[in-house]
Structures are given as C-alpha cells and as structure tokens.
Design a protein around this ligand. Structure first.
Ligand SMILES: [Zn+2]
Ligand SMILES: [Zn+2]
Length: 276
C-alpha cells in the first residue's frame, strides 16, 4: 500500500519513528508520502525521506500556518516561501509541493493566539496558493492540496491557473464530500485522497462510492483521523499501520477485492508523485 499522506515529521513520532515505520511495513505499507506544513516540518520531512527507503515528502506552506505571517504582520510580498521550497526541491525524494490550499475552519486548539479567519488572512491564503502552484509547475513537482470549508475559493483559484501539465499531478487530500470538488477532479484528472473518517462517516462513504477508481488514493493523515475499529480504543496518534482499515472499507464500498483495491491505489500514488 501507499500511505499518500502521513505526518511522520510531526513531534509525536520523534521518539519512535523506527518502530512506527517497521510496524507499518508489517501491515503492508510499502510507500510513504510525508507532507510538510511549514519550513520547519518541511525540513524534517526531507530528513526522514533521506533516511528511510520508499519514504518521500512534500515541502510547502499549509494555509493554517500562513496565519503566522499575518500575525507577525509580514507583508505578502516579503513572505518568502519560494526560498525554502526551491532549496529543498533539489532533493530527489521531494516529490511534491504541499500541503497548500485554503482553510476557513475556525480551529479551537492552535498554537496561534486569537486565531481568526479574517479577510486579510484569506488574501494571504490565495496569494500564497497561487505562488506555490506556479512554483510546482516551474520545478515539475506534484501538488498536495488541503481544503477545509473553502471549496469555492479553491476551485476558483485552480480554474484561473489551470495548466494541462497538472493532470494526474494533484491530490485533493482528505477530500471533503463535495460534488463540486469531485466534478472538477473528474474533469481535470485530479486524485482524491480518502482517510480514516470513511470508516465511520456515512457521507464520506457515499462520496467514495462515486469517486472513479483511477482517481482514488488512500491516506491515514497520521497522527490524525484514526480509523475504526482502532479509534474506539486509541484515538491518538494514528499511524500508517492503520491504512489497511481504510483499504478494506474502500474495497467494500467499490465492490472489488481488497488486493485489487490495493494494487490500483498504490499504482495511482506512484503516478501522482512520479515515482517509478
Ligand atoms: Zn491537510
Ligand atoms: Zn496533512
């Protein structure tokens, strides 16, 4: 299997990464994509991708972390994402820019004080999304897109910047059950990432039934979104070892054999991130 989105670069894994990766391999995870969310976690993701076999990573600035720039009053022109992304993109294990995107969710638990989704913050999200998308085209890297409660903003930005080179090079990771996103994905050949919530959320289950198999990839979003049946016992942290539960329910929903589902989604992950 290919866990196309697992934050093994987050602090919770810093003391037991060897064990987490070994256990995940025992449960059939062969490839890992570790997404960066800001400069620090991007650098950490690169380090891990250099150390472990079949571990790949993305580098970029997540919309949630763009808040840092807003709060520090850093002007949008000076907000430097191009520097660290370009530098880290030199590594062959860096397969994508991400995660980037739009997020209007009002997070309650966050490291930022007085987190608010202001007009200014939304402008920063849009400008930095566009800047990072253009960079992915320049550097020939894929794109990991995060979207929460902001489907319209995302689709508007994507439509205005669309380039045929982006076909099969983007994933809507942890894709919300949105008809508009799915329609766009089908028309433009964008992959849809499905997570552990598909094991307990009927809306996600109905949504995944509609996603074409040739656009489906599976991901744990570790350490978050632990799937059932594990979730009832241990909620945090989720690990890639739990990917099998997502594969199983997807096979059931798509009415195909588990081995087939695994074969197709693994192949899709390799295509998405240009791994051969
Ligand atoms: Zn995300
Ligand atoms: Zn993520």
């Amino acid at each position: 299997m290919f866990d196309t989105h697992c934050h093994l670069n987050f602090k919770v894994f810093s003391n037991n990464l060897d064990q987490v990766i070994k256990e995940s391999a025992d449960y059939g995870v062969r490839y890992f994509m570790i997404p960066g969310t800001d400069e620090q976690t991007s650098r950490q993701a690169v380090q891990i991708s250099l150390k472990y076999k079949n571990a790949y990573c993305s580098v970029g600035l997540h919309p949630h972390h763009i808040y840092n720039l807003v709060q520090k009053n850093i002007g949008i022109a000076e907000a430097d994402v191009i520097g660290f992304i370009t530098e880290l993109s030199e590594f062959d294990s860096v397969k994508a820019i991400g995660e980037i995107g739009f997020d209007k969710h009002l997070y309650k638990k966050t490291k930022y004080q007085d987190y608010k989704v202001t007009e200014k913050f939304l402008v920063y999200q849009k400008v930095l999304f566009e800047r990072q998308l253009r960079l992915s085209l320049q550097l020939s890297k894929s794109l990991i897109i995060h979207c929460r409660e902001a489907e319209e903003d995302l689709l508007e930005a994507l439509a205005s910047l669309w380039d045929k080179k982006l076909e099969k090079q983007i994933v809507f990771h942890c894709c919300p059950a949105s008809k508009d996103l799915l329609d766009f994905a089908i028309e433009h050949r964008v992959f849809i990432g499905v997570d552990g919530d598909v094991t307990y959320d009927p809306r996600k289950q109905a949504f995944i039934k509609k996603v074409p198999l040739d656009l489906l990839v599976i991901e744990t979003d570790s350490p978050f979104i632990t799937p059932e049946p594990v979730r009832s016992q241990v909620r945090f942290p989720n690990t890639p070892a739990n990917l099998i539960h997502i594969a199983k329910i997807c096979a059931y929903l798509k009415d195909i054999k588990l081995e087939k589902l695994i074969e197709i989604t693994t192949e899709n992950g390799l295509t998405l991130f240009n791994i051969n």
